[in-house]
Design a protein around this ligand. Structure first.
Ligand SMILES: NC(=O)c1ccc[n+]([C@@H]2O[C@H](COP(=O)([O-])OP(=O)(O)OC[C@H]3O[C@@H](n4cnc5c(N)ncnc54)[C@H](OP(=O)(O)O)[C@@H]3O)[C@@H](O)[C@H]2O)c1
Length: 332
């Protein structure tokens, strides 16, 4: 059987372009025992995939040239040589960017699509939801009345962090890149204040105005100058969860910033980086809590859905242009 796939054609220097990807047709072999034939329904694009385009050692292995990009995919089962799955099942797993694909039964798990939309397993009930939950609860440890600042606030992780901090009775301040995102976060998602970092002339002043009692928890999705400025406003015994550094993912050189150690020292601040996989042993707890909040209407969810398998590279590149509000996914 023939199918379309998208491979890494070349490694980017700086910001990736569509030239770094190639679409082509390949033949799939017949499925063997323990394998399942799947049709891709929803494909996730995530900022960490940029790091995998480099030939550099990290927590996720680099993509190989001329090999398909791999990411989280929700797929429909067409045919099975496994006792664990039957045709019609909807599954999720880390799978290649192919329209039709073969997976080993070890690499996928069945999801319940009677209660939640299939794409939720790429976002709020998947890796980004768990990232927001564990980063905030295990490192940020928000307490009622405290001020929580989140950068990348309108994205998949940030939009959930802000709402979870509201659930915990905090004053929530977001930082995002368009006036429309600012408006949506305040009117739909209940953020108290949101700052447009692209148009605000004096970010330090904007943060101190939005956080009159200082910053107790900073959930950092972006790094760079935005984070330097938030950290300047951190309170005594503040907590900083380093989740992502998207402002630097395309940087060719590592920029030098202010030396923040004196702030951490004199204000007794805890700053901790984390990878969501650190919390694998308690994923079930996180997923159950997220599902409960969604069902109770305490956690609202939104997605930016691009249509068509061929749109995958453009959707991934769109994360670096700020094209998305909520989770960016591609519906095949
Ligand atoms: N530690 C972990 O295990 C883990 C897991 C998942 C995600 N992450 C990290 O968490 C962060 C958010 O991930 P996500 O999936 O929720 O992505 P996302 O926020 O949905 O998408 C990326 C957003 O980042 C913003 N952005 C892009 N370039 C920027 C820049 N130079 N400066 C400031 N903002 C920029 C854009 O929004 P604007 O319009 O606001 O610019 C864009 O919409 C990423 O850094 C990601 O790598 C970490």
């Amino acid at each position: 059987m023939k199918t379309k796939q998208i491979v890494l054609a070349s490694r980017p220097k700086g910001l990736p372009t569509s030239e770094n990807f190639r679409s082509e047709e390949v033949y799939l072999p017949a499925i063997k025992k323990g394998e399942i034939l799947l049709k891709g329904m929803f494909y996730s694009v995530d900022p960490y995939m940029r790091g995998r385009m480099n030939d550099a050692k990290s927590y996720a292995a680099p993509y190989q040239i001329d090999q398909p990009i791999v990411g989280a995919v929700v797929a429909l089962e067409l045919e099975s040589e496994s006792n664990l799955f039957t045709s019609g099942d909807v599954v999720v797993g880390g799978l290649p960017w192919r329209e039709t694909l073969i997976a080993s039964e070890k690499d996928i798990r069945k999801v319940d699509v009677s209660t939640f939309r299939p794409s939720y397993y790429l976002g709020i009930l998947g890796m980004p939801g768990l990232t927001a939950y564990f980063g905030l609860m295990q490192i940020g440890k928000p307490r009622e009345g405290e001020t929580v600042v989140v950068s990348g606030a309108a994205g998949a992780v940030g939009i959930l962090v802000g709402q979870m901090a509201k659930i915990h009775g905090c004053h929530v301040v977001g930082i995002a890149g368009t006036d429309q995102k600012v408006k949506t976060l305040k009117t739909v998602f209940g953020f108290d204040e949101v700052i447009n970092y692209k148009t605000t002339k004096d970010l330090n002043q904007a943060i101190s105005l939005a956080c009159p009692k200082g910053v107790d928890v900073y959930f950092d999705n972006v790094g760079g100058e935005i984070s330097d400025t938030v950290i300047n406003n951190i309170n005594f015994h503040g907590r900083i969860a380093i989740c992502g550094q998207i402002s630097m993912y395309n940087a060719m050189d590592v920029p030098t910033g202010p030396r923040i150690q004196p702030i951490l020292l004199t204000r007794s601040v805890l700053m901790q980086g984390f990878i969501v996989g650190n919390y694998q042993h308690i994923f079930l707890e996180g997923t159950q809590q997220l599902a409960e909040w969604v069902e109770e209407g305490k956690l609202k969810y939104t997605e930016t859905i691009k249509h068509g398998f061929d749109n995958l590279p453009n959707a991934l590149l769109g994360l670096f242009r700020g094209d998305n509000t909520g989770k960016m996914v591609v519906e095949a």
